[in-house]
Design a protein. Sequence first.
Length: 216
Amino acid sequence: MQTEPHATTSSAGAPTLAAGVAPTRIDLEIVAELVPEGVRVLDLGCGDGALLRLLVDRKHVVARGVEISEEGVRQCIAKGLTVSHADLDEGLGDYPDGAFDYVILSQTLQTVHKPDLVLKEMLRVGRVGIVSFPNFGYWRVGLQLLTTGRMPKNDYLPYEWYDTPNIHLLTVADFHSFCAGHGICISRALYLNDGRRIVLWPNLRAKIAIFEIHRR
């Protein structure tokens, strides 16, 4: 994804873009805005630690991460972060119930083999979950598949069919349905298209979805 300017919170409580700030990936900026100051945070599939570093620097959180990639773990350690090398599909047995205030699953849900287990575990060890993922219901994805007969490839889905990490493709509507059927409450939903907030028809118009969730 291309980088976008920093997101702040408007008087209506919705993240907006602010000028004159060093660019960071817009979805990470918005996730950071959803996290309160000083809370305990676990980032699942934390990659190179960009989001965790942002949260530590800006929100002064107590940060922990879990990452399956050894290279990702090395990059996190180089950033001064505490990260465990583990597979999310094996659960979060190292963490007791309620160990964290916020658990984040950023652009990772679609890459795991057991998304239902991962979501269940994140809400066991955390009071609040934040989940973001690329929306495969975006209308241009369907149009590209219809008109070319090939798996879509674009700015937010940059992989070929043979090297993509995305193994469970889902839409905004799919996630709403899953939460309704698994006792998960959605307390907030934000939909993005190239940094713009989407309100109408997000299942068709949003490229990225961000949800704040908790158990019923």
